[in-house]
Design a protein around this ligand. Structure first.
Ligand code: MTE
Ligand code: HPA
Ligand code: MOS
Length: 755
């Protein structure tokens, strides 16, 4: 099944927010954002802006009809600054004008006087000052402090990861259109239509039933539009409510980079203890999450860091503590992996440190400690593991021993080029960690001509979820895909949805669709049975034919549907699915939060140019646990995209705020993501197939986020390549490993190296 968007994408006919035809009288909004990271607003003068050509109004928090509050988890986020600003880029006022250009020109005329307050950008400073978003969380299994007493080796260190700009191709935006009786219809580029609906409800004071959010598709979200699409929709809604005209705001790239939050940077301490046989006996980690100025999704992201702090390894004694630290940066938010990658980097750093000190191959420790079925995670869930299967298949299928030998030979022969290789096993839990979010609905209509129309809460953002949902319908009804259409995602068709996130969108919405289709199918079979004087169990629909005990009958799909309609049988159904088995008790920090886990192992190989510090990734070879993939092409695309995005995070994407909290890497000239030249020259993906029962749709395991974490291997491959050139380098665990850092490490303590 090809991606159902392939044709319109290639022809440029796919519709994104900016392609929606505009209604006459549409106004344009643009935000004036704080130039200062923290301070008290002394005065705000918008008079000159109001007098600019084409300006209809300039709105501040004073114009908000409802509440000036958009915080989703914690009520700590004003839509527009009131008396204080908390980060550079915080919206302060909204200019509404006849044209886009006029709105942006008028912004420059706004004058604000801000009394600066102390700016915090470092999460450890925030923690020291008790600037925490929520009380610290602690996951515990066994007794780590007692276990350290029995360890033969103990190593400690610090590991840090920087943030990451989402850089969805389509920037944030919204288009609000007033309806009868004060209602609003809003097109939004959001992963969470219901989250937008709730935020708009708060800000406008309208009840949710007055607010229709419609999403056609996104030009990427990557987590950045799980919560942070709310702001722009709420601003447009507020302006539409006041002006009674349609209002659109589509952010420019630099506005988007400046005003929106990113992946959370983390600074973490680790302590790892091993016995003589290199079994990891004890592990302690303390995570300092840089949350930014308000909570956004930080508490949930923090939780997933703890869930994934032991990655793919079994460790019997673990104490992991996490602090969500309030700083004066834009509120950081969901980003593919949702805090998991940040936790996994730290355990990989700890293992690397141990291997370095013990002078052994890192992969010995990794392999020794892989999760086995029946092991317990620090949060109490028992593992159904494919970790060893994936690792073993990867090492044998790709002949890792040979790869290592070749690299040794290469490094012995070459003075100014060095290669490094790292194995990177992953384990990622599938489900929203917040149990109550794991449910979805699907509205299925079969029309009297036999065509089918599906609405779910799933948002298509390039990950191919609509294609997968269409496959569910085609398979259950056994009809041709061209008879099925997936609708836009709309809060009036499917209500109270969870965002499309946590890699669980196809599972949740696919299963709801499956339930609805099965219900309609049962009715149709009953109609056929009545017509053919038999029982429902003897009827089957296959390739649009109605079969009675495997023989063709006079009925086909189309005539059966029409018959059911004439017999006044409902051809519509609303399926509801709630993931079974999942639960979690936050007071004990124990439970069974995930429907299942996804595993895999990557082998990442890099070549470093030791004169210049630049590098190329030769290959990434992966064995990935797909369960039984229902769409190998789409899943392969997710793996390849995730790997490259992960490598970008670990190696070249460098977000820099100065001490005043101003974003320095604020454009594509200074913030570099992998292009085709810096992507690995080769990505091989071997499908690890398993028929084991799991809770995935058609046993096709979720694939959206897990592959990003293969990119962590890139960091450690670089680490080893640098070491091959300069064995005396003391490389700190501080991602991204940019070419500048590589160069510094290559020549660090070089005097010693020469001796
Ligand atoms: N793939 C594309 N092309 N675009 C995206 O925005 N988002 C990722 C992943 N893959 C994303 C993507 C993230 S963060 C998640 S959670 C999942 O897709 C969401 O979709 P799913 O639940 O259908 O996997
Ligand atoms: N993953 C992604 N998004 C989320 C989650 C999660 O576990 N919880 C809330 N939003
Ligand atoms: Mo993905 S970070 O769960 O949107």
């Amino acid at each position: 099944m090809i991606n159902i968007d392939a044709r319109t994408h290639v022809k440029g006919e796919s519709i994104y927010l900016d392609d929606i035809p505009l209604i006459n009288g549409t106004l344009y909004a643009a935000a004036f954002d704080s130039p200062i990271a923290h301070g008290k607003i002394i005065s705000l003068n918008v008079a000159d802006a109001e007098n600019c050509e084409g300006v209809v109004c300039v709105l501040t928090y004073k114009n908000i009809v409802g509440e000036n509050e958009i915080g989703g988890i914690i009520r700590d986020e004003p839509l527009l600054a009131d008396h204080h600003v908390h980060f550079c880029g915080m919206p302060v006022a909204l200019v509404v004008a006849e044209t886009d250009e006029q709105a942006r020109a008028a912004i420059k005329k706004i004058k604000v006087e801000i009394e600066p307050l102390h700016v915090i950008t470092d999460p450890r400073e925030a923690a020291a000052k008790n600037e925490l978003i929520i009380p610290p969380r602690k996951f515990k299994i066994g007794d780590s402090s007692a276990a350290f007493k029995h360890c033969d080796y103990i190593f400690q260190g610090i590991a840090e990861t920087n943030g990451q700009e989402h850089l969805y191709i389509e920037t944030q935006g919204a288009y609000a259109i007033p309806q009868e009786n004060n209602a609003l219809k809003i097109y939004s580029s959001t992963q969470g239509p219901t989250a937008v609906q709730k935020a708009v409800s708060k800000v406008t004071g309208l009840a949710m039933h007055q607010i229709e959010i419609d999403v056609i598709r996104l030009g990427g979200g990557f987590g950045g539009k799980e919560d942070q699409a709310n702001t722009w929709a709420a601003l447009c809604a507020m302006a539409a409510q006041i002006t009674k005209r349609p209002v659109k705001y589509s952010l420019h790239r630099m506005e988007d980079m400046r005003m929106t939050g990113k992946r959370h940077p983390y600074s973490s301490d680790f302590k790892i203890g091993l016995n003589k046989d290199f079994n990891i006996i004890a592990y302690e980690a303390t995570f300092y999450q840089n949350a930014g100025a308000s909570a956004d999704l930080s508490p949930a992201v923090l939780e997933r860091t703890l869930f994934h702090c032991t990655n793919s390894y079994f460790i019997p004694n673990v104490t992991a503590t996490a602090y969500s630290c309030r700083t004066n940066l834009p509120p950081n938010t969901a980003f593919r992996g949702f805090g998991g990658p940040q936790g996994m980097f730290v355990i990989e750093a700890a293992i690397t440190k141990a291997a370095e000190e013990l002078n052994i191959d890192r992969s010995i420790i990794q392999q020794k400690n892989l999760l086995q079925t029946g092991n317990e995670f620090p949060y109490g869930q028992l593992v159904v593991s494919e970790a060893n299967e994936c690792w073993n298949k990867a090492t044998s299928f790709y002949n890792v021993n040979q790869i290592k030998k070749d690299i040794e030979q290469f490094n012995a022969k070459n003075k100014l080029y060095k290669k490094g290789v790292a194995l990177m096993p992953i384990c990622f839990g599938i489900s929203f960690t917040n149990t109550m979010m794991n449910h979805a609905r699907s509205l299925v209509h079969v029309f009297s001509d036999g065509s089918v129309n599906i609405s779910t809460g799933a948002v298509e953002m390039g990950q191919g979820v609509n294609t997968k949902i269409l496959q569910v319908v085609a398979q259950i009804f056994s009809i041709h895909p061209n008879k099925i259409k997936i609708n836009t995602t709309n809060t009036f068709r499917v209500a109270n949805t969870s965002p499309s996130a946590a890699s669980a969108t196809a599972d949740l919405n696919g299963k709801a669709t499956l339930i609805a289709c099965n219900e309609i199918l049962k009715r149709l079979k009953q109609v056929a049975a009545d017509e053919l004087n038999t029982e429902e169990k003897n009827i089957e629909i296959k390739n649009e034919e109605v079969l009675l005990n495997n023989d063709k009958t006079s009925l086909d799909w189309k005539s059966l549907v029409l018959l059911a309609f004439t017999k006044r049988v409902s051809l519509s159904e609303n399926g509801h699915y709630a993931t079974p088995e999942v639960h979690f008790d936050k007071t004990k920090e124990k439970g069974h939060p995930f429907a299942y886990h996804v595993f895999g192992t990557a082998i990442v190989t890099v070549t470093v140019d030791c004169l210049r510090g630049i590098y190329e990734f030769d290959s990434v070879k992966v064995v990935h646990d797909f369960g039984s993939s229902m769409n190998k092409k789409i899943d392969l695309g997710q793996i390849e995209g995730g790997i490259v995005q992960g490598i970008g995070w670990m190696t070249m994407e460098e977000i820099i705020y100065n001490a005043n909290g101003k974003l320095i890497s604020n454009a594509l000239s200074t913030y570099k993501i992998p292009d085709i030249y810096s992507a690995p020259k080769n990505i091989d993906v071997e499908f690890y197939h398993s028929d084991k029962d799991n809770l995935a749709i058609f046993r096709s395991k979720a694939v959206g986020e897990p592959p990003l974490m293969y990119g962590i291997g890139a960091y450690f491959a670089l680490h080893d390549a640098i070491k091959a050139f300069n064995p005396f380098a003391k490389i700190s665990f501080n991602a991204p490993m940019t070419p500048e850092k590589v160069l510094m490490n290559l020549y660090a303590s070089s005097k010693e190296a020469k001796k």
